[in-house]
Design a binder for this molecule. Structure first.
Ligand SMILES: Cc1cc2nc3c(=O)[nH]c(=O)nc-3n(C[C@H](O)[C@H](O)[C@H](O)COP(=O)(O)OP(=O)(O)OC[C@H]3O[C@@H](n4cnc5c(N)ncnc54)[C@H](O)[C@@H]3O)c2cc1C
Length: 424
C-alpha cells in the first residue's frame, strides 16, 4: 500500500504538534506542512522578547524543541493556501498549484482583530504583534520612538507594553473597558495588578478608545481618543483580540461558525479533514458550550489529538478549559481559570486579599462544585484547584480546606474517592 499523504496547513503550535504525533504513529507517511509565513516554526508567545531584544529570532525557533521534534517532516514556507477542494482531496495555493492529501489538517490559527472605526490605521508605525515578522518590524520602529500607544488592555498588549518599557520607551495603554484584562478578571479583582503595573511605569487610560491616528511623512505622529485627548507618539500597537483564520475556507462540507467547527475527534464535516488550534471551534469542558480559545497549550493538545486521529488512532479531545491563563506581569504572577466573572450571577463567591496577594474562588450556585479560581501574587496550589475544576469534583467534604487554602493532594484524592463512592 502507498504511504499516506498528510497535509497540514499552518506550521505553529497545533500544526507541528500534529506533525510530531503523526510521525510517531506512522513512520512511513509523507508529512507536508504548508505555512504562509516566511519564518520556520517558532514559539509565538515569545515574540515580545524579540521586541525587547532579550532574545534573537533564532533563539525562539521551535526546531528540535517543544511540539516540533519529529524527523522527516517537509515544511514549505511562504505558501499560502486559498482553498480546499474536498471532491479531489486537494488544497490550492495562492499561485494556483494543487496539492493532494489523504488526510488534511487545518491549523491556520488566528490573526489580530483590527478595529474598523479608527481612521488612518494603515500608516507607518502601526502594528499588531502576531508574527515574528511583526516583532522584527516593531523592534526596528522602537529605535526611533520615545512614546508608544497600545490600544487594548488584554494580555498580549500587556506583554507588548513590557517589551517596549524594557526598551526605555514610555508606554500608554488605552483601554475601552473599565479595567485591564477584562476577559480574565473583573475590575474589582485587578487592584493588585494595577498597582504593580503603575510601579513598573505603565500609564493606563480606561473607559476610552482611539478614533483617529494622525501621521506625517515618518508615519504615526499622534492618536486622538474619543474623549478628545490627543497623545503624541511614534508607534501604535493594536491588541484588540484575535479572530480565527478561517475566512479563506469556502466549502459546503466544512462548517464555519466564527472558526472551523469540529467534533470530539477534531474532524470537520468533510471526509479526512481535521482542524485544531486557534482556528477550531471546540467545546468548553465545564459548560459544554462551543468555544474558540487563543492559547498555545490548547493548540498543542488539540494538534496532538488531531494528529493521532489522522494517523488512524481514534482519540477524543477532552475539550478546552474555559479561559485558563497563567503568567506573570510586572513581577506579579497570576492564574485565572474557569468562571471568574460573577457579577449578576448566583455563583457562590469567596474573595480574600492582602497587600501581596488576592484570591477569588467561585462555586456553583449549589455550592458543591468549584467552577472558577483567580490567584494573584501567590499562585501556590493552583494546580490542585485546576484539577478540582477540570474534573468537576463534588467538594462538599473538603470545601473548608478549599476555601482556607489548606488543601493538599491527599484531599484531592479523597474528593475523587467520594465522587466514585470508594471513600465513605
Ligand atoms: C504576542 C503573543 C503572546 C502570546 N502569549 C501566549 C501565552 O503566554 N500563553 C498562551 O497560551 N498563548 C499565548 N499566545 C497565543 C498562542 O501563541 C496561540 O494560541 C497559538 O500560537 C495558536 O497556535 P495555532 O497553531 O493554532 O496557530 P498560530 O500560532 O496562529 O499559527 C497558524 C499558522 O498558520 C499560518 N496560516 C494562516 N493562514 C494560512 C493559510 N491560508 N495558508 C498557509 N498558512 C496559513 C499562519 O501564518 C501561522 O503561521 C500568544 C500569542 C501572541 C501573538
Amino acid at each position: 500500500m502507498d504511504n499516506k499523504r498528510y497535509v497540514i496547513i499552518g506550521g505553529s503550535a497545533a500544526g507541528m504538534a500534529a506533525a510530531e504525533t503523526i510521525r510517531t504513529c506512522d513512520p512511513n507517511g509523507h508529512i507536508q506542512v504548508l505555512s504562509e509565513e516566511g519564518d520556520a516554526p517558532y514559539f509565538r508567545p515569545m515574540i515580545p522578547f524579540v521586541v525587547s531584544r532579550k532574545k534573537k529570532a533564532d533563539e525562539i525557533s521551535m526546531q528540535g524543541q517543544g511540539p516540533y521534534r519529529a524527523e522527516n517532516v517537509e515544511i514549505r514556507l511562504a505558501t499560502r493556501i486559498t482553498g480546499i477542494d474536498t471532491r479531489t482531496a486537494s488544497v490550492i495555493t495562492e499561485q494556483g498549484e494543487s496539492i493532494s492529501y489523504d488526510r488534511l489538517l487545518i491549523a491556520t490559527g488566528s490573526r489580530p482583530n483590527i478595529p474598523q472605526n479608527i481612521t488612518n490605521l494603515n500608516c507607518n508605525g502601526v502594528f499588531a504583534l502576531r508574527t515574528l515578522a511583526d516583532a522584527r518590524q516593531a523592534s526596528e520602529r522602537a529605535k526611533n520612538t520615545t512614546h508608544a500607544i497600545l490600544l487594548g488592555g488584554g494580555l498580549l498588549n500587556l506583554k507588548a507594553a513590557f517589551a517596549l518599557l524594557e526598551r526605555g520607551i514610555k508606554v500608554t495603554l488605552v483601554v475601552y473597558s473599565p479595567e485591564i484584562l477584562s476577559q480574565l478578571m473583573e475590575p474589582a479583582d485587578a487592584l493588585l495588578l494595577r498597582r504593580a503595573l503603575g510601579r513598573a511605569g505603565l500609564t493606563i487610560l480606561t473607559d476610552c478608545s482611539a478614533v483617529q491616528i494622525r501621521s506625517d511623512r515618518h508615519g504615526v505622529r499622534a492618536v486622538t481618543l474619543d474623549n478628545g485627548l490627543e497623545l503624541v507618539c511614534r508607534m501604535v500597537c493594536i491588541g484588540k483580540g484575535v479572530r480565527p483564520n478561517a475566512d479563506w475556507i469556502d466549502n459546503n462540507e466544512i462548517t464555519l461558525d466564527k472558526g472551523v467547527v469540529v467534533d470530539k475527534y477534531t474532524c470537520t464535516g468533510a471526509d479526512h479533514v481535521y482542524a485544531a488550534g486557534d482556528v477550531a471551534v471546540t467545546y468548553e469542558s465545564i459548560t459544554g458550550k462551543p468555544v474558540v480559545t487563543g492559547l498555545w497549550t490548547n493548540a498543542v493538545e488539540m494538534g496532538r489529538c488531531a494528529g493521532a486521529n489522522m494517523a488512524g488512532r481514534p482519540t477524543v479531545y477532552g475539550g478546552t478549559f474555559g479561559i485558563m491563563n497563567a503568567t506573570q506581569i510586572a513581577r506579579m504572577p497570576f492564574v485565572s481559570m474557569g468562571m471568574v466573572h460573577t457579577t449578576g450571577t448566583d455563583y457562590e463567591t469567596h474573595c480574600k486579599s492582602s497587600r501581596e496577594s488576592y484570591r477569588k474562588l467561585v462555586f456553583s450556585p449549589e455550592g458543591d462544585r468549584l467552577i472558577g479560581a483567580l490567584f494573584i501574587g501567590d499562585i501556590s496550589g493552583a494546580g490542585l484547584y485546576r484539577a478540582i475544576i477540570r474534573e468537576r469534583l463534588r467538594i462538599n467534604e473538603i470545601k473548608p480546606r478549599v476555601i482556607d487554602h489548606t488543601l493538599h493532594y491527599g484531599h484531592l484524592l479523597c474528593a475523587k474517592g467520594y465522587e466514585k463512592g470508594t471513600v465513605q
